[in-house]
Design a protein. Structure first.
Length: 311
């Protein structure tokens, strides 16, 4: 009996992607690949409000998609972006905010504001490296309540952060796809700015931010894992495998008309191979490609993994 585990674009777990919420729940998605635009479909684009936030595209300086936000601030000069329409959450609202961030080595211990509102001393998500405050993440609500998540001294490396508010006062943090903890108080929040969220200069982010997602619902662990692994609620995913024809596996995935996709396969989830005929144009909102297993010398494999990429 052959088994054909499903593999989405990067994630090794199809269940992680299959349980992602629908597009309607995604309020904003800033991939920072080429510009500061919102890719969620809501057109809530970011613009430079102060300083010179930039897109950085060198290898290692972004996580996914070819680019990240590079914010080069000092303790006396701040740099940040502003949403065209601020996002506001009441105490009973569910929300999830997830992002990758890397504080620049040698940053001041305060330089780590990620999102919030620059016009006040509340409303922030802050990657503080200040041992007298918090070394990790502090969320401060609109109601001026602090949620501290202690991690330890910053290592100037990329980390993935996901904060989940359940609408009943509980705020849970996941870091690098690992549950950190839950703190409880008021989870009101106003998100107006990216890379700065406090009314003094010293707190601007000095480093990179990538793949910022804002949802109006509390994502579950599988959805957070999918974000960590590089999938998103609006991107492609494998939707079906059909093994009903002997010697063939038909792989179906969600697609966007006009796009070209490449189906790749792997025997070990490490090395991925392309094959003749594996690059196809979208057939519509769903695309299916039947793979002749003999043609990729996989007719007698015990296990075979597939993933779909947009080259
Ligand atoms: Ca990116
Ligand atoms: Ca603030």
């Amino acid at each position: 009996m052959k088994r054909f585990p499903l593999v989405p674009t990067i994630a090794p777990l199809i269940l992680a992607v299959a349980t992602l919420p629908l597009r309607a729940d995604l309020l904003a998605y800033d991939p920072f690949d080429a510009d500061f635009n919102d890719a969620s479909g809501n057109d809530n684009h970011l613009t430079i409000a102060e300083g010179a936030p930039a897109i950085i595209t060198s290898a290692g300086d972004f996580i996914f998609g070819g680019g990240a936000l590079d914010n080069d601030s000092t303790v006396s000069d701040r740099a940040f972006l502003e949403l065209s329409t601020p996002l506001t959450f009441a105490a009973g609202d569910t929300w999830t905010i997830a992002f990758w961030a890397r504080r620049r080595a040698g940053s001041d211990q305060r330089q780590g504001m990620v999102v919030g509102d620059v016009n006040n001393t509340t409303d922030f998500i802050w990657l503080s490296d200040n041992p007298t405050q918090v070394q990790g993440l502090r969320f401060r609500s609109t109601d001026n309540t602090n949620f501290n998540f202690e991690i330890g001294a910053d290592d100037a490396q990329w980390h993935h952060w996901a904060l989940v508010a359940d609408g009943t006062g509980n705020l849970s943090l996941y870091r690098d796809n690992t549950f950190v903890g839950t703190e409880s108080s008021t989870t009101t929040f106003s998100l107006r700015n990216v890379a700065q969220a406090y009314n003094t200069n010293v707190h601007s982010m000095n480093g990179q931010i990538d793949e910022l997602y804002v949802y109006n619902e509390a994502l579950d662990e599988a959805a957070i894992e999918a974000l960590f692994l590089g999938a998103s609620a609006t991107e492609l995913r494998i939707t079906a495998l059909d093994l009903s024809t002997a010697g063939t596996v038909a792989v179906s995935w969600s697609s966007t008309p006009g796009e070209t996709y490449e189906l790749r396969y792997s025997r070990d989830l490490q090395d991925w191979s392309s094959f003749d005929g594996g690059s196809v144009e979208a057939a519509g909102e769903s695309t299916t490609l039947a793979v002749d297993l003999a043609s990729i010398e996989a007719a007698s494999e015990e296990r075979l993994f597939f993933r779909v990429v947009k080259p």
